[in-house]
Design a protein around this ligand. Sequence first.
Ligand code: FMN
Length: 330
Amino acid sequence: MADLSTSYLGLALKNPVIVGASPLTATVDALRRCEDAGAGAVVMKSLFEEQIRAETTGLRQELENELHWHAEVFAYMEADLGMRYGPREYLQIVSEAKKHLSIPIIASINCTTPENWADFAAEVEGSGADALELNIAIMPTAFDRTAEEVESEFVRIVETARETVGLPISVKLPQHFSALPHLVLRLARAGANGLVLFNRLYQPTIDPETVTVTIGERRSASAEISTALRWTALLADRVNLDIATNTGVHTGADVARCILAGADAVQIVSAVLASGHQVIGEMTQYLDEWMERMNYETISDARGLLSQAQKPDEDLFGRCQYIKGIVGAD
Ligand SMILES: Cc1cc2nc3c(=O)[nH]c(=O)nc-3n(C[C@H](O)[C@H](O)[C@H](O)COP(=O)(O)O)c2cc1C
């Protein structure tokens, strides 16, 4: 048996497969199911900043203020949030889960500003969570807000969390930035310990027959792994942050790809939603057999072998054009 153990955010994981924030991690029973299926850790479904504010203003009002979307999208968001809990229940689930699970439990707050949630983050720490994931979801729609202003908001959110908790902090980022390496350096300086690359935001689409905005595919496809792999390979070991690769990890081979790119762990949601919890065991079994085949005794023997840090002269992940198409060479 190969040694599948890894370290992520300073936590010892028996294997690198983490079930990400989703309905799969919303209740104590659901969390136990992930552990029973062999997950290395779990990230609880996010508590939304709106839910924390809603303790006083009412959630529906908060959603209406935030979302000027088509009614169907609104209903969808509300239904997703509807399976959730208020802050008190969230804390209860964390402390209850800590009693019943032995794998690390990472709490998750979905935040769009540095305000409103700091006290709650402190309570999350008090409830026994092993780490805090900040799911920062800022949609930069304003024409008068610069990239620097938007990125500084990400940094302020991490600073606020760092001032509030002693827990390891990971930052779950959306996919699109104009200068990601510089931003992640700032996040590390602000006190982050790790990155989740990347969140997959709601994918709106348009129904041309009803002329309405609707929700597109909620689950990722395998091919979507490319962007997360690229940035894992470009950032791993070049900044002092652990990396959990996320979006498009569907098979054991995908987990191996992420490790070779430099990931410390992966997060999966769509694979479990599509194939059931047994996919977790299939992934770890593949990893074990692959490591034996390749003579890797530990995850760190394989980790980052194809990263930019270990292959500085090869620019496969930094390349963004198909050279062959332009100059007729590979
Ligand atoms: C139904 C559903 C609910 C989700 N809820 C959350 C959430 O509460 N917080 C969060 O950070 N991500 C949430 N996500 C995003 C997932 O954690 C994950 O980042 C995304 O699905 C990409 O990973 P995948 O390709 O393995 O699905 C959700 C995804 C799905 C499909």
